[in-house]
Design a protein around this ligand. Sequence first.
Ligand SMILES: Cc1cc2nc3c(=O)[nH]c(=O)nc-3n(C[C@H](O)[C@H](O)[C@H](O)COP(=O)(O)OP(=O)(O)OC[C@H]3O[C@@H](n4cnc5c(N)ncnc54)[C@H](O)[C@@H]3O)c2cc1C
Length: 436
Amino acid sequence: MVTERSTLDPGFSGSLWARTAAPGPELPVLAEPVEAEVAIVGAGFTGLSTALHLAEAEPGLSIVLLEAEEPGFGASGRNNGQVIPTLTRPDPDDLVARLGPERGERFVALVRDSAAFTFALIRRLGIACDAVQAGWIQPAHSPERFERVSRRRFEQWARRGAEVELLEPRRLAERLGSEAWFGGWAARTGGHLNPLAFVRGLARAVLARGVRLFARSRLVALERRGARWRLRTPSGRVEARRVLLATAAYSGPATGALARSFVPFRPWMLASEPLGENVRRSVVPGGEAVSDTRADLRFLRWTADGRLVSGGALALPLGERARLERRVARFLAEAFPALAGLRFDFAWTGTIALTADRYPHLLALGPDLWAWIGCNGRGVALATALGPHLAALLAGEDERAAPLPLERPAPIPLAGLAGAFGRLTLPYYRWLDSRP
Ligand SMILES: Cc1cc2nc3c(=O)[nH]c(=O)nc-3n(C[C@H](O)[C@H](O)[C@H](O)COP(=O)(O)OP(=O)(O)OC[C@H]3O[C@@H](n4cnc5c(N)ncnc54)[C@H](O)[C@@H]3O)c2cc1C
């Protein structure tokens, strides 16, 4: 049995979430050959939500879930915990233009409802993860962006029945307790949570529904044997009819073309020391999650124990943590004078899967072998809400009913290298952010 936690990667074990989330369930390592109808690889929001909804829709179906380390070891246990019912770049009209009116509107509705779905799931399963559905605000970083971006997003989501509001500059300043932005819009169904606590709660829920979940059981080879897939781990193997690779930005060589279909991007998360009640009342007093319109994103959210969690990325890795702490402390103090002299107790990193077009993609990697890729930094709600739809695919539903078209993977040349050098484009993005 696995008893100790992953300590190898401080990007995981050094996080505030690893310190504050209740321990996950004890899990076995796969140490023998097993058979299953469905195998899912990766125990983050995608793998766990899919396994959960599949087990609920098809009681008795044999489902195996393989995790290389422990549930939440990937982005799901390391993110900022903002539950956001939008994508980063494409807006609803863009999605409909690309996917067509029928599928496009279906996918837009999925995104629109994704945060409400996530909070409802947490309530239904009774997961203690400091979930706060106080809303999500996207402030505009220039008056022109407010006119061009905020108004457009608000209008497109409002037209589709989303619970959104436009925040004129004065109203936004009141909501944030800051005059550093120029108006914005908000989605009332959004909010924030402790992501690792959510993952661990999902892991308990899938176990309770009969899913066989193995930790420290990395997929090292995947091969087709007749009408089934064979998944090999260092000490066992699974034979399964249908397979979902839910390995996202942590996909390695065993996942074949999936590992080359995104650019990895590694931002830092920073959690402040606990702050006093007077500061909490003056900085985003309503407790919303906040992430602005910059490409070099500025974001923050409160935690249950009164810390602010923010973060960012730098172009050059040298001394990155200390330099980033100074940069983030500076921007927070400029926006909120009450935060002058802010210190950070926790810093950690995680990897995001960026796609070349910044759209999410559903991939058919072979017969009965699927994956999705491209959260582009917005995956807490989306990955969770995709669970029932991926479960339907694994249950044999017609691919035409899927929320996105099934595509062949399109490998990005030198994807890993692009990730290493991609951060050098940050100054360019900052220059774009400085323009109207
Ligand atoms: C620093 C950071 C901040 C973020 N902030 C936010 C935010 O505030 N809001 C938001 O909406 N989104 C945010 N995101 C994005 C969000 O976290 C992800 O979209 C989401 O967690 C993806 O979930 P997933 O289950 O698809 O993948 P992951 O959580 O990455 O899970 C993949 C799993 O697969 C496992 N794995 C990999 N290879 C193998 C193998 N060979 N065998 C077995 N298992 C394997 C990994 O160990 C991992 O547990 C952030 C991401 C990062 C990195």
